[in-house]
Ligand binder design. Sequence first.
Ligand code: AMP
Ligand code: ZN
Length: 506
Amino acid sequence: MMIQKSVCNMPFLILHVHTPMKLYNTRTRKIEVFTPITDKNVGLYTCGPTVYNYAHIGNLRTYVFEDILKRTLVSAGYEVTHVMNITDVGHLSGDDDTGEDKIEKGAKREGKTAWEIAEFYTNIFKKHISLLNITPPNVWCKATDHIKEQIAQVQTLIDGGHAYETTDGIYFNTTTFPRYGEFARLDNQELKAGARVDLGEKKNHHDFALWKFSQPEETRQMEWEAFGRMGFPGWHIECSAMSMKYLGTHFDIHCGGIDHIPVHHTNEIAQAECAGAHHPWVNYWLHGEFLLINDGKMSKSEENFITLDTILEKGYSPLAYRYFLLQAHYRKQLNFTWEALEAAENGLKNAYSKVKSIKNLIEEQKKDKIYIDWIQNNKLGNNKLENDKNEIEIYYRQNFFEVIYHDLNTPAALALLWDLLTNKKILPDLIYQTVLEFDEILGLGLKNVKLESVEIPSEVEQLAQKRLSARKEKNWGESDRLRDEINRLGFDIDDTSDGQRLVPRV
Ligand code: AMP
Ligand code: ZN
């Protein structure tokens, strides 16, 4: 529940934010209080991109939500160890372990080597997330740099009786893991339904490849010798092998897009828990909903995707896209339109100009003796500073952290940011500090807003001089008319003990 806004006259009191963090856990299908395994450290694994093409803005939605999660954890005082993989081998075009390896396919498409393709799109991905102000992980791990770990995990599964060999690879036997399908709530009927389809050499419909053998008719650029043949890892094994290498057999949070629940994450859990991980292997699983376009899923295979480069070419700023995303909760579908992006661009520009005006006011007020008294000595005999601090603490900070700690409610957090940016009563220094604190989580680049020295146009200066003369002549009607004209030109005029002062309008 949001705390109601009130201008309170209570004596100064700092109210620390005590709200516990709550997250929607796919594993339990509940919003739960977040409690890390060890006191202040959080292990976070986020499934990274398959680098055969540009990440589209739908993929980037998932990385922005994960960034909000990470920034929120950091703001709550946790030390986050964030690991993200780069899938540069083994992700096949069919979810059923069939079809071509996406990287090898990309190499053919572009007449480059598979290694060049992976490097090229990895670099673009890193550039794009940086443009979106997404903080990079502590560990980037490439699947091709961790072949040894993946082979070792496959071997453990073979040794534990969880895997079998076919002519085309080594498969995980899902019947050896009784909890298989629990995570995705695949019911018995659904699990059995697979029995009607042609299984080929697979024993059960949901069995999946841990390792694939290179086929005689294909020439692969990325292949390794293991299990007596040349081959390459399955997509799911890379995430369980690498996350366990860097975060251990029991860690806090694992994230991805919602499409990962029924196959990729279900299979990762089966592999990890059968290869010796704790149960549950990961305590909290968080999934972001899809970005849609024309009300359908944006996806590379549908070829209906937009990249960040297209957004930039059309003259929008990358952070306008971030702002657009924050207007929706990460567990709600969001439809992309250019009109909505345009509105987000305007919203962000307005936020920047509000921040600029606040900085301007601070600069102006620094010159003001009365204001310095307020801030430094609070000599004015009123409780303005205390009251303002209270309002920031009790209303703005408390509510902001309450909504963001309640399963990352960014739309409500943005609304509070706006409420604060447009508050004309609270001392601007306090507003500015608090806005920057909120932006540590929102990541909209508000601290980079520069204070340009505002040029006062000569027309405005002249009107101000005329107004001064009118006031000396006690011509109040003319003085008011001139003030209105100055306001229309974007300036306020303050009458201080030192004379008139022109201030850009907030
Ligand atoms: P990929 O590179 O295909 O492995 O996808 C990278 C991430 O983007 C995964 O976490 C996917 O679940 C996620 N993803 C894919 N399509 C969308 C979409 N339209 N909206 C949001 N996330 C998506
Ligand atoms: Zn993954």
